[in-house]
Write a protein that binds this ligand. Structure first.
Ligand code: HEM
Length: 128
């Protein structure tokens, strides 16, 4: 496999019949020449072209033969800061979004009682 490094942005536009590439497990595959040969059809590859096909690829439960075949189409790797685990959540991206989700759920839990308490305090100050 070549040691070329790609950003996910560089793969994004490569979703056409004339130039199709996607990422599986942080490896970049140029499947332009494979489209017509894929036993699962060209369309499903094009659906994932330009993005991360890891989940789709693994969900299908490809055979060992398919895994060997795919090595022929590997053209490089995803740059370090764009790498993902399991093709879904990246280490960096995941921790960022985890944090966002945590903040949001904290706000959702604490928001209503805090708002009620604030209203109660205001009423107390103004009315009593
Ligand atoms: C370079 C990447 C890929 C290679 C080399 C490859 C190869 C193959 C091969 C050899 C088969 C025949 C069944 C088997 O041996 O497992 C197959 C079937 C299939 N592939 Fe892929 N595939 C690739 C990527 C993908 C991706 C990204 C998807 C979808 C997300 C996909 C979806 C399917 C489907 C739906 C089938 C048909 C399964 C069936 O009929 O039971 N493939 N592929």
């Amino acid at each position: 496999m070549s040691q070329n490094k790609f950003t996910r942005k560089e793969i994004e536009g490569r979703n056409r019949r004339g130039d199709a590439a996607f990422v599986i497990d942080n490896v970049v595959y140029d499947v332009t020449r494979f489209l017509q040969e894929h036993p699962g059809g060209a369309e499903v590859l094009l659906d994932h072209a330009g993005g991360d096909a890891s989940r789709g690829f693994h969900d299908v439960g490809h055979s060992e033969e398919a895994r060997q075949l795919m090595a022929q189409y590997a053209v490089g790797e995803v740059v370090q800061h764009n790498r993902r685990r399991g093709g879904v959540a990246s280490t960096d991206e995941a921790s960022a979004s985890d944090e966002g989700a945590r903040t949001a759920s904290l706000l959702a839990t604490l928001g209503p009682p805090l708002a009620l308490a604030a209203v109660a305090i205001l009423l107390y100050l103004f009315l009593l």
